[in-house]
Write a protein that binds this ligand. Structure first.
Ligand code: PLP
Length: 390
């Protein structure tokens, strides 16, 4: 009997195409040919997780109680540490029982949240460019995506006044991401206040992705929950991944109003069974030692940013210097699309960057470089790019 060929679900078929296939192929070929490739393509810290966090995991992994299923709502000790951290860092008063939810990385929470708040045919407001999960998770929930372009002239913040009233009428969710991947843009409390007012006036929920909140350089990034009354309409997603060099550990947390947190928890209770409890205790150690562990990480990226942006500017590139995140958002020279520029830099300079187009259709005029190699390698990358006539 002939087998019927497998056809992917319509929901998967609707996702935007994977744009990096060509660049991935070229990168693999360059590495296979033994070329000295400098990879600025991946947003993954190159330094190891700090020792106290590793030792905490080593200690807690020995506890057989932790080898069993974790509690869905997260270990109480971790939730209490998150509350203490949010109080010390942001002055927030959060109830660890109802307003805090540990996550298997912030990506997991971001991916599930639309299922908790969106109905089919409602609108999800999504920045462009953006971390691709906002768009795909909104689509998985059956929502229509409305794109909010991020323009350099507006500090890479969505122009809230440009969103039409009929869009607001159907909007149920707005994704924000400050400090922003990939643009490095930041928001202040005045901007957040405006968004909260709009959410209350138009009855939508805000999902603010704060994965890079602790990777700031001069001014600490605010929490949107510092806006009075924001809790009623907001969930903010935090991550330990970049803050503590813990991308592989898979731990983050959501904070916000109790009904919103409960709705997210309900989706999660039907999809996962919590985070390995030993990892939750290591995460507690990380947050408890935030004041000691994070300054050297921030100092490292600041040094790299200054070196890399400074060297590019010396070459005449008009590059914004990010106030936070470890990404540099580089405008393409005239006549280049982002994919053409990335290909050329890879083929002729053996430097991997990411085309803006991969983050959204309004971003084809930029490429993204991640500061995830040591300063001398960053300078070497700029030196090689400088030799190309672009
Ligand atoms: N949000 C943004 C903007 C990111 O860039 C990333 C990862 O690169 C994440 C969320 C997910 O981080 P994690 O799931 O490791 O917490």
């Amino acid at each position: 009997m002939a087998t019927i060929p497998f056809v992917k679900s319509q929901r998967l078929q609707k996702l935007p195409p994977y744009l990096f296939a060509e660049i991935d192929k070229k990168k693999k070929a360059a590495i296979a040919a033994g070329r000295d490739v400098i990879n600025l393509g991946v947003g993954d810290p190159d330094r190891p997780t700090p020792r106290p966090i590793i030792e905490s995991l080593q200690h807690h992994v020995e506890n057989p109680v932790f080898h069993q299923y974790a509690l869905d709502q997260g270990a109480p000790e971790l939730r209490r540490s998150i509350a203490a951290f949010c109080k010390a860092r942001y002055g927030l008063d959060l109830n660890p029982e109802t307003e805090i939810l540990p996550l298997i990385g912030s990506k997991e929470g971001i991916a599930h949240f639309p299922l908790a708040v969106l109905n089919p045919s409602e609108i999800s407001l999504v920045p462009d460019p953006c971390y691709p999960v906002y768009r795909s998770s909104s689509m998985f929930a059956g929502a229509d995506v409305y794109t909010m372009p991020l323009e350099r002239s507006l500090g890479f913040r969505p122009d809230l006044d440009a969103i039409p009233a009929d869009v607001f009428a159907l909007a149920r969710l707005m994704f924000l991401n400050f400090p922003n991947n990939p643009t490095g843009g930041t928001a202040d409390l005045d901007y957040f206040r405006k968004v909260v007012d709009l959410a209350k006036a138009n009855d939508f929920v805000i999902a603010q992705d704060a994965a890079y909140n602790e990777m700031y350089f001069d001014k600490p990034a605010p929490s949107i929950l510092q806006v009075p009354g924001a809790k009623d309409v907001t969930v903010e997603f935090h991550s330990l991944s970049k803050t503590f060099n813990m991308t592989g550990w898979r731990v983050g947390f959501a904070i916000g109003g109790a009904p919103l947190i409960a709705a997210l928890a309900q989706v999660k209770a039907n999809t996962d069974s919590g985070i390995f409890t030993a990892i939750q205790h290591a995460a507690k150690t990380a947050l408890d030692q935030y004041d000691e562990l994070t300054p050297p990480i921030r100092a490292l990226y600041k040094e790299r940013r200054d070196a890399f942006v400074g060297a590019l500017r010396k070459l005449g590139w008009d590059v914004p210097s990010p106030e936070a995140t470890f990404y540099v958002w580089i405008p393409c020279p005239k006549g280049y699309s982002s994919t053409d520029l990335c290909s050329r830099i890879l083929e002729e300079a053996d430097v991997v960057t990411t085309p803006g187009l991969g983050f959204g259709r309004t971003a084809d005029g930029y490429i993204r470089a991640a500061l995830t190699v040591e300063t001398p390698r960053l300078l070497e990358a700029v030196g090689r790019i400088g030799k190309l006539s672009l």
